[in-house]
Design a protein around this ligand. Structure first.
Ligand SMILES: [Fe+2]
Length: 304
């Protein structure tokens, strides 16, 4: 059942123009933009961030008030694999198919889920992005342009239910945080995780993370967002689980957003042993997360 990663993330927002401007500043390409919504894509890869008015009745219901994640769209390798997904999820969920053949359902925790045959181009082997060969200057960047729609973080009151659901679709646990969260990866992905499920009192959006090439592009992206008035929250720092370098901002489309780079790649799962980390390992360096990091989409706000 090769689910290969995230294909798209759909948000319901109160201010389409503001959210579209944020994602454009973040480094995505604008494909469509109008009153009702906008679609932005990850350059080269072709994965999408879709923004719709939060009152749009075509969106699945929100798990919380305010602008937030409305649907997680998983990328499936081909039609046959999509049929396998359909056979599994229809065992205990109501599934609808739209005109493009995309499957929609409500998953554990009340999160809207969709599955579609991928049109994106993904790397299937790790690429060393930090090369700085002798006798050459550092590469440098004009601006940060993420190259991969990496992972989502969501909160739920029932981690086990959500992880069990994804295990039925072939996902694997990569690492855990004691009492607090589980990192899982899709069967056809080499990312350390495509989803971080964290324990919360109720379902909530936590963060979306897009990959940049290296610490240079991450630092440049951080600086450029801050100079445009977007609200920096945490980092740069280094997670221990997943090993990613990170920096977090508030996201006007809902909760928070992260640039990451230099994460663990799991190419041969037989050599990987999941490990349980203590909560403080979320930041090997870079300081502990500010308390507001855990407040879900209540964070979404206009730039200062
Ligand atoms: Fe993350």
């Amino acid at each position: 059942m090769p689910i290969v990663g995230l294909e798209a993330v759909r948000y319901g927002v109160d201010d389409v123009e503001l959210a579209a401007r944020f994602f454009s500043d973040f480094g995505l390409e604008t494909r469509e933009r109008g009153e009702a919504g906008a679609v932005l894509t990850v350059a080269g890869e072709g994965t999408r961030v879709e923004l719709r008015k939060m009152t749009d009745t075509s969106l699945p219901e929100a798990v919380e008030a305010g602008p937030t994640l409305r649907e997680i769209v998983w990328a499936v390798s081909d039609k046959h694999a999509l049929q396998q997904v359909a056979a599994e999820v229809t065992r205990d969920r109501k599934v609808t198919e739209d005109a493009e053949g995309r499957l929609h359902l409500i998953g554990p925790g009340g999160f809207g889920l969709a599955f579609e045959v991928t049109k994106a181009t993904r790397e299937t082997a790790p690429v060393d992005r930090s090369a700085h060969p002798a006798n050459e200057r550092a590469r440098g960047y004009e601006r940060a342009v993420p190259d991969h729609l990496g992972h989502l973080g969501v909160g739920t009151a029932n981690i086990e239910e959500m992880v069990d659901f994804y295990k039925r679709l072939g996902f694997t646990v990569s690492d855990m945080i004691r009492g607090a969260g589980v990192f899982i990866r899709a069967p056809g992905s080499i990312n350390h995780h495509n989803l971080f499920v964290s324990r919360r009192g109720a379902s909530s959006m936590q963060h979306l993370s897009l990959r940049v090439a290296d610490i240079d592009e991450l630092g440049l992206g951080m600086t450029q967002l801050m100079m445009k008035g977007w609200k920096h929250l945490w980092g740069p720092g280094r997670h221990r689980p997943g090993s990613d370098l990170f920096v977090f901002f508030r996201n006007p489309a809902g909760a928070t957003i992260e640039y990451h780079c230099d994460e663990d790649f799991i190419v041969d799962p037989t050599t990987w042993t999941p490990r349980e980390f203590e909560p403080q390992a979320l930041s090997h360096w870079g300081g502990p997360p500010p308390q507001e990091m855990t407040r879900g989409s209540a964070l979404a706000q206009k730039p200062t």
